[in-house]
Design a protein around this ligand. Structure first.
Ligand SMILES: NC(=O)C1=CN([C@@H]2O[C@H](COP(=O)(O)OP(=O)(O)OC[C@H]3O[C@@H](n4cnc5c(N)ncnc54)[C@H](OP(=O)(O)O)[C@@H]3O)[C@@H](O)[C@H]2O)C=CC1
Ligand SMILES: O=C1OC[C@@H](O)[C@H](O)[C@H]1O
Length: 389
């Protein structure tokens, strides 16, 4: 059977759009996928020149010539919203602009995959989710880590009970961006900079994969974990360092702790970006948090054996699972693109693997972290008002 092909429209020509398109240009068979395929139908930028040079540069980098001349190049985002030959728009602008861009795309009747963080706050997330549902369109936050083989394997191993009952998860993503200019989107409050919105979705994802009920597309809201957070800001006024303790309610009514650490002024340990604590052992995940290379399970037969200092060096099971993060040369975004193509093929309006209620929950938790850290963005970024309204 021939694969179902998703025709993508790329909105913005920055760093991530380049990487996403490079992945779309790699043949899916290189990652053992045959049921879906991708074509880039159009690239839109605020300037046509930039759209044209993006296409030249990216296709050259991919070593692909086929299909390049058929790609439409638009000098405004509106032209992309109006293109009838696009199945899904990929939004690759800074977080500050997602609310407006996604609203415009959905309003024009387009399905949307939007980069993380979906928006600036939970009210904006809810408004876009409501709009997507009202318009009966597909909508997903582009959290690529969820779709990597690593994530499925980690959940399988933890759920197998090999480390006993889950008692806690520590997850972090810190990267030293302190030398970037003040204008850079990571540090600029007017582009919704800061560690939490940029890097925070990754440690959050690791916690969510293990401490939330199995992902499911459902309109029933998830309980918001209790949050205890500390935020240190930069002189420009964005969050430089965040440490948050989160208490997640489990199906039996009990609570399990997760800790989320993210910062722009230091690096996360290369050997352990996620640490998973069970009653009979632990798991260490190797950096980077957004695309882990490996994880190692250390497990004992019983909690008594695990607690015995004389047996610390003698786990009953010690196994490292490694992952090929870049089959076919992809960066790792292709797996989320495959998910979108499958959802569109099957008429789904959201992904069970990255459901909208989990995106909303993340924004609710991030709002609470920012409230406790007394950190707000400029009014024009926090608002539900739209430029076109
Ligand atoms: N999933 C992942 O691994 C990654 C995700 N991201 C996410 O992607 C998004 C973009 O990040 P990144 O690609 O690094 O950012 P860049 O600054 O490299 O690109 C952003 C693009 O957005 C467009 N844009 C529209 N309005 C503005 C504006 N006022 N200021 C700046 N750019 C504007 C521009 O494209 P044009 O001129 O064509 O209109 C620009 O090139 C963020 O949400 C980020 O979180 C980023 C890196 C990795
Ligand atoms: O999504 C991301 O992942 C990798 C980081 O380096 C980057 O800043 C961020 O946007």
């Amino acid at each position: 059977m021939s694969p179902s092909t998703c025709r993508w429209g790329i909105l913005a020509t920055g760093w991530i759009s380049n990487k996403f398109v490079l992945d779309l240009l790699v043949h899916p068979s290189t990652r053992d996928v045959s049921d879906v395929a991708h074509v880039v139908g159009a690239v839109a930028s605020r300037s046509e020149e930039s759209a044209a040079s993006f296409i030249e540069r990216t296709w050259k980098e991919a070593g692909v010539t086929e299909g390049k001349d058929a790609v439409k190049r638009y000098g405004s985002y509106q032209q992309l919203y109006d293109d009838p030959n696009i199945d899904c728009i990929y939004v690759g602008t800074p977080h500050s602009h997602h609310y407006q861009n996604v609203h415009d795309a959905l309003s024009a009747g387009k399905n949307v995959l939007c980069e993380k963080s979906l928006v600036v706050n939970a009210a904006q997330a809810q408004a876009l989710i409501d709009l997507a549902r009202e318009k009966n369109l597909f909508f997903m936050e582009a959290v690529w880590t969820r779709f990597q083989p690593y994530a499925y394997k980690l959940q399988e191993i933890v759920r197998s009970g090999v480390i006993g009952e889950l008692r806690g998860v520590q997850a972090g993503l810190c990267a030293d961006f302190s030398s970037r200019s003040e204008e850079h989107r990571l540090l600029n409050p007017y582009l919704a900079g800061g560690a939490l919105l940029d890097l925070g979705p990754y440690p959050w994802t690791q916690l969510a994969l293990l401490l939330l009920p199995p992902s499911e597309a459902s309109k029933t809201p998830l309980p918001v974990p209790k949050v205890s957070a500390s935020v240190i800001k930069t002189t420009q006024g964005v969050d430089k360092s965040v440490v948050a303790g989160l208490a997640f309610t489990q199906p039996d009514g009990g609570l399990v702790h997760g800790t989320l650490t993210t910062a722009l002024d230091r690096q996360t340990s290369h050997n352990r970006c996620v640490y998973i604590q069970g009653t009979k052992g632990y798991i260490e995940v190797a950096f980077p948090t957004y695309r882990p290379r490996a994880f190692t399970v250390h497990a004992w037969d019983s909690s008594e054996a695990y607690a015995d200092p004389d047996q610390f060096d003698q786990p009953t099971k010690q196994e490292t699972f490694t992952f090929e993060p870049r089959p076919g040369g992809i960066w790792g975004f292709a797996w989320e693109a495959d998910e979108v193509a499958r959802c569109l093929r099957d008429g789904k309006k959201e992904s069970d693997r990255m459901p909208l209620r989990e995106t909303l929950l993340m924004m609710q938790v991030f709002d609470e972290i920012r409230r406790q850290g007394e950190f707000v963005y400029p009014e024009e970024l926090e608002t539900l008002e739209l430029a076109s309204a």
